[in-house]
Write a protein that binds this ligand. Structure first.
Ligand SMILES: Nc1ncnc2c1ncn2[C@@H]1O[C@H](COP(=O)(O)OP(=O)(O)O)[C@@H](O)[C@H]1O
Ligand SMILES: [Mg+2]
Length: 445
């Protein structure tokens, strides 16, 4: 992509309405535009990151054996009357009437609808386990939409629902989600800590929230800081192996990590003082086992291996896809702008031409662009007729992890400069070597 032909409406000034850094940088880098309180357009750069995040979410869900589908944003009120939530949901639900006077709503979540799909098509344990998920826009008429995409009214969520024949199988689905979420966040360059959340009506250890540590987070968190060193890394996990999956979950949930809702001062005091930390976190996901709450209310029953009809065991599991952009920026920035982790960057690398119009510099940039494209790595090439300082400032703000700087002086020696956005360290190397290096960095992305 050439910047001269792109749509990247960068703002020079800090927008007054933005209170936190991620919101400020998303507006300044031309990623989003507010259209109404808590409702945003995704401009091209923002959309690229949003798409990248969705891709990772899909890949990790499919890896865990979960199956994508797509449910509509608009739902009939009657479905929600079956579960009793049409009245319970209150003011957060956006209620709409169509021209026939039928009551509809813009879905804030999809438990009822997925249960309706399930009961229409599945009636035997032989078709289980089954986990269906989608990535779809939600609407919640939040009292205080704020911090940009962090707390929107319209926001993109991955929500998945498991259907299992018994409690043990459903808890395995819960654990599978935990592991797949850990891998998802790690691929985005995030440390998201599973924290015990307030238990539902069933009680017990049935729900975890995933929190990214950040000063600007809305939740207060209490944790043993050794939990931040835990990594899934590249290890293979067999998602069908209940003991193995449960083992990984135990590894990540044994150290103390809780939000203020579940905090236990007595247990917290037992952590060695040097590891005892209080901070703030951003909730980027939540997993929940709720058993037969919806299946009983809505008549989603299956026949088990003894021929008995039983309500199906369920859970629901969400990832805040659009919120993740904010969380990633909160965790990865400096005073010049965003620093995208390689996993989610909108472009893998930027090319800065220091002397647009210089025949050698223009040709070198074009050939770098071509070589990168041939490797499936689309660069953002700043080919505008601008001062070098302005080009660097834009690249730093936009936050591509790598920049190749091309100028007549370097080219005279056969080199370009490769700079890491994170460390600021530059090295000179031939254009070919620069392309190879970028390809190595993104291998297996
Ligand atoms: N208003 C919102 N704006 C952006 N993301 C949201 C919003 N509400 C929830 N999310 C994201 O969706 C995920 C799943 O939602 P859920 O746990 O049902 O929401 P909540 O925690 O508000 O009850 C949350 O972990 C969060 O990351
Ligand atoms: Mg939640």
């Amino acid at each position: 992509m050439r910047l001269s032909r792109y749509f990247l409406p960068v703002l020079k000034e800090n927008p007054a309405e933005a209170q936190i850094v991620s919101h400020r940088y998303m507006l300044r880098a031309g990623m989003i535009k507010q259209q109404s309180a808590g409702i945003y357009s995704w401009l091209p750069l923002g959309l690229r990151v949003l798409n990248r995040i969705q891709e990772i979410v899909h890949q990790e869900q499919v890896r865990a054996g979960h199956i994508p589908l797509l449910m509509p944003t608009l739902q009939p009120a009657d479905l929600w009357r079956e579960s009793g939530r049409y009245d319970d949901y209150g003011q957060e639900m956006l209620r709409i009437k169509d021209r026939q006077g039928r009551e509809m709503l813009y879905g804030p979540t999809n438990e009822e609808m997925i249960t309706d799909i399930f009961r229409a098509h599945v009636n035997s344990y032989k078709d289980l386990p089954l986990t269906l998920y989608h990535i779809q826009w939600k609407f919640r008429d939040e009292m205080r939409p704020r911090f940009g995409v962090m707390r929107g009214r319209e926001f993109l969520m991955k929500d998945g629902y498991n259907f299992d024949v018994d409690r043990d199988a459903a808890l395995h689905a819960y654990n599978r989600h935990m592991v797949s979420y850990l891998r998802t966040y790690e691929r985005m360059g995030l440390t998201a800590i599973p924290m015990r959340a307030a238990s539902g009506p069933i009680g017990g250890d049935n729900t975890h929230e995933f929190l990214v540590l950040a000063q600007t987070g809305e939740s207060e968190v209490f944790y043993d800081d050794r939990v931040t060193a835990l990594k899934l890394g590249s290890r293979e996990v067999d998602y069908d192996d209940r003991a193995e999956v449960a083992g990984v979950c135990a590894e990540f949930t044994t150290l103390y990590a809780r939000t203020d809702e579940t905090h236990d001062a007595g247990l917290f005091e037992q952590i060695p003082e040097e590891h005892r930390k209080v901070g703030r976190g951003i909730e980027v996901g939540q997993i929940f086992y709720f058993g037969t709450k919806y299946s009983e209310a809505m008549g989603a029953v299956v026949t088990n291996d003894k021929g008995e009809k039983v309500p199906v065991e369920m859970g629901s599991h969400g990832i805040g896809v659009s919120r993740l952009l904010g969380a990633i920026i909160e965790a990865n920035h400096d005073d010049k702008g965003i620093i995208w982790p390689e996993g989610v960057t909108p472009f893998p690398v930027g090319i800065v031409n220091l002397k647009q119009g210089d025949a050698a510099a223009d040709a070198a940039c074009a050939s770098l662009e071509k070589a990168l494209l041939a490797k499936g790595l689309e660069p953002l090439y700043d080919d505008r007729d601008e001062r070098a300082g302005a080009k660097f400032a834009t690249m730093d703000l936009v936050g591509l992890p790598w920049r190749i700087t091309v100028g007549p002086r370097g080219l005279a020696n056969g080199v370009v400069e490769l700079t890491s956005r994170r460390t600021g360290v530059s090295e000179e190397l031939t254009p070919e070597a620069a392309v190879e290096r970028i390809a190595e960095i993104y291998a297996g992305r």
